[in-house]
Design a protein around this ligand. Structure first.
Ligand code: GRF
Length: 201
């Protein structure tokens, strides 16, 4: 079961997938890592694991559509069964979404706090509980069907970094668990419901 993982930053979620995939029993391998920018730790992590990488910068293309098409072609070259967006900070376009199933991990309990500043927004709101969401990606921003969620408490004195770090320790485990189950068991989506395990014949 072939995974292409998309990253934009430190890549600790990617690292968790790379570590899990090193055990054959996990049932999935990371065949390539894609990014929207160079010189990020996520690409270095892939390099250290001997996993091929590619970079598709929006700025290298005259239009967003061209970037979308080029990204779809780069991903297709690795023949993924599933694309995992793990801290990828661009909205994926219709060509990518039409070509592959994509799973995303988000550091909040969607539909609360969608978008690129989920942890900051949760802190600013003053919630006592936040968490992380693993979901299928649809054309919206963090709006796809939920696969799994886990709550994380906000603590006195938390700042964005301390809270995000606490979320990420939970998030990495949830992402690894759900991607592994999707690889081993398959999944079906009916409306907004994602069921693991292949549909009963
Ligand atoms: C994760 O919390 C992800 O949900 C969010 O950005 C963070 C990426 O962390 N979109 P990393 O790059 O996997 O360390």
């Amino acid at each position: 079961f072939r995974l292409v993982v998309l990253v934009s930053g430190s890549g600790t979620n990617l690292q968790a997938l790379l570590d899990a995939a090193s055990d054959d029993a996990y049932g999935a391998t990371v065949v390539a890592v894609g990014a929207d920018r160079d010189d990020i730790e996520g690409l270095a992590r892939a390099g250290r694991a001997g996993v091929p990488t590619f970079v598709e910068r929006v700025g290298d293309h005259s239009t967003r559509e061209e970037w979308d098409e080029s990204l779809a072609e780069r991903i297709a070259g690795h023949r993924p069964d599933l694309v995992v967006s793990a801290g990828f900070m661009k909205i994926l376009g219709p060509r990518v979404l039409a070509a592959f199933p994509v799973v995303n991990t988000h550091p909040a309990l969607l539909p609360s706090f969608p978008g690129a500043h989920a942890v900051r927004d949760a802190l600013a709101y003053g919630v006592r509980v936040t968490g992380c969401t693993v979901h299928l990606v649809d054309a919206g921003v963090d709006t796809g069907p939920v696969i799994a969620q886990e709550a994380v408490p906000v603590r006195e004195g938390d700042d964005e970094e301390s809270l995000h770090e606490r979320i990420k320790t939970v998030e990495r485990g949830l992402l690894v668990e759900m991607v592994g189950r999707m690889a081993r068991e398959g999944w079906t989506t009916t409306g907004r419901t994602v069921r693991l395990g292949t549909a009963r014949a």
